[in-house]
Design a protein around this ligand. Structure first.
Ligand SMILES: [Zn+2]
Length: 202
């Protein structure tokens, strides 16, 4: 079983320096890490916050997606929507897959869980088949919002330094991809879901 938050924090803090800073991680030595290791200062580790602050869409806080259910939708069926991003990103492909209902990942019944898998696999397969895409990554964090939002992120082909878990750090440093290019790539994802729902008409 996991330690209590206090036990975890006390054990970890005992390994930190007098300012509460942990050692530079091994990841900083990886070739995919975007910063020079010698340039880094680790932030002091903060104590647990319990209970955790509510995310958007819980604890009385509004849910933006439930208030704007059709915003940015490029494909939908009765239970799911696929959207692009309101602001251009630095990647050649980026989409969000979300349930229409206000559900988190652990709230999905087996039917919706299976649908999530089918949709994510369909989009991944279609977009990864494009010459300009190295790989599509599927990510779920959900620490900011309670309404499930699964990130589908395409890495530009050949940019091997952008592989793996540091992709989102690199993304913010890349110049924005021209919207007409990301729109075309998003359409490939929509086409891959054609028999599971419908493209958004608005
Ligand atoms: Zn919601």
């Amino acid at each position: 079983m996991p330690e209590t938050p206090e036990q975890f924090y006390a054990r970890v803090l005992a390994q930190a320096d007098e300012q509460g800073r942990l050692p530079i991680p091994e990841q900083a030595m990886w070739e995919i890490f975007p910063f020079e290791p010698g340039s880094l200062i680790v932030k002091p580790l903060e104590a647990p916050v319990l209970p955790e602050p509510p995310r958007a869409g819980e604890g009385g806080l509004p849910c933006w997606r439930c208030a704007n259910p059709d915003d940015g939708v490029v494909w939908a069926n009765e239970r799911w929507v696929l959207t692009g991003f309101a602001e251009a990103l630095g990647l050649p492909f980026a989409a969000l897959l979300m349930p229409r209902a206000h559900l988190d990942l652990g709230d999905l019944d087996d039917t919706m869980a299976a649908e999530l898998g089918v949709i994510a696999v369909r989009v991944t397969r279609a977009v990864e088949a494009l010459d300009g895409i190295g790989r599509v990554h599927v990510n779920k964090w959900g620490d900011g919002g309670a309404h499930l939002h699964v990130f589908l992120l395409g890495r530009p082909a050949g940019l091997v330094q952008l592989r793996g878990s540091c992709l989102t750090l690199w993304e913010e440093m890349l110049p924005r991809t021209p919207p007409h290019l990301t729109d075309e790539t998003l359409q490939v994802a929509v086409d891959a879901l054609a028999d599971l729902g419908a493209p958004a008409t608005g």
